[in-house]
Design a protein around this ligand. Structure first.
Ligand SMILES: [Fe+2]
Length: 340
């Protein structure tokens, strides 16, 4: 396969030539101007968090945006030759794939120390930089509070046939499946997925699931919290009737999905790449996340998330090591039961 074009190359070439002419030798300093960032997180959130990075460090950023699976697969295929210096994911299973392939460099301890332990893998090869809570979005007219399920696993029960919605094809839902797999094992996960395959309508996105619950097309659906909070902040145009149910009690349905940041082992600018991940998890970028309209959770030590959200420590998320989420097995299982 052909490698994608890298516009930064022309700029770097010019700088190298200038440095050589100036008689200071075309050494590393000249190549340290632009980092290539492969990013699958929401574009606006990443740009907001990194708004002042270039002004503060002099390091330019070049982004390549696509979804988790596309970028992870691209980096695996590019291997050592990948132009990527930093990988930012929306959900962590995609960055685990690179970790499994040995494509990530260990992060500096000072960077890891900026992030609460439960929001990064024990391996230390990448870190979370944002978190999102699994929720059940539901229509209170059709599903009274007293009938809300206690566990996300209950949704496989025949009683839910034709009543629920999921965005099965997206990395968000698949991260939740990966958490169920890590917590419940393969047999229970397959049985759960078989139940979902029978019970659920499949939608293209979290927003579509929320709208379907709002309009009573389904009684309830699985998604992440921020789609609802954002809509509320924008006058609830899509979900004025829909409500959120948090499973809590360390249920797999209370899974917190972290967005991951890692440095490629093949980066030719490892110091600058480490600097970027340090910045992204540091107080300034984390505060920007907390104050932005994204309404995802900050994971930086000592940074509170937006006031509109229930505090992270009230969500009773299960203790899942985000480094132990097996996207490949999830894809296979979902294909086996016909959800993909
Ligand atoms: Fe999202």
């Amino acid at each position: 396969m052909t490698r994608p074009a890298r516009p930064a190359v022309a700029v770097l070439g010019a700088l190298t030539a200038a440095a050589a002419l100036a008689g200071c030798g075309a050494d590393d300093a000249s190549a340290a101007e632009t980092l290539t960032v492969y990013s699958a997180q929401h574009e606006s959130l990443v740009r907001t968090m990194l708004e002042d990075f270039t002004a503060e460090t002099g390091i330019e950023l070049e982004f390549r945006d696509a979804n988790d699976a596309e970028l992870a697969n691209q980096i695996v295929q590019e291997g050592e030759a990948s132009p990527a210096d930093v990988f930012l994911t929306e959900n962590s299973p995609a960055i685990d794939i690179l970790d499994d392939e040995g494509l990530l460099a260990p992060l500096e301890q000072s960077t890891l120390d900026q992030v609460g332990e439960r929001y990064r893998p024990s391996s230390g090869t990448w870190t979370g930089f944002a978190a999102r809570s699994t929720v059940l979005v539901y229509n209170p007219e059709q599903l009274p509070e007293a009938e809300l399920p206690a566990s996300i696993l209950d949704l496989a029960d025949p009683a839910w046939e034709g009543r629920i919605g999921i965005a099965a094809g997206g990395p968000d839902f698949q991260a939740i499946v990966a958490a169920v797999l890590a917590m419940e094992g393969e047999e229970a996960t397959r049985a759960w997925l078989e139940g979902l395959e029978r019970n659920a309508d499949v939608y293209q996105s979290n927003t579509a699931v929320m709208v379907a619950a709002d309009e009573g097309e389904i009684d309830a659906g699985v998604m992440y919290h921020y789609y609802w909070y954002r809509d509320q902040a924008e006058n609830a145009l899509k979900g004025d009737d829909a409500r959120l149910h948090y499973f809590r009690g360390q249920d797999p349905g209370a899974f917190l999905s972290v967005s991951g940041a890692g440095v490629l082992a093949s980066s030719d600018q490892p110091e600058e790449a480490q600097q970027l991940v340090a910045y992204l998890t540091g107080p300034e970028a984390q505060r920007k996340l907390a104050e932005s309209s994204a309404l995802e959770y900050a994971v930086g030590a000592g940074v509170d998330s937006a006031d509109a959200l229930p505090a992270l420590d009230t969500l009773e998320a299960p203790p899942v090591d985000p480094g132990e989420l097996d996207q490949r097995r999830v894809t296979e299982l979902m294909q086996e039961v016909g959800l993909l």
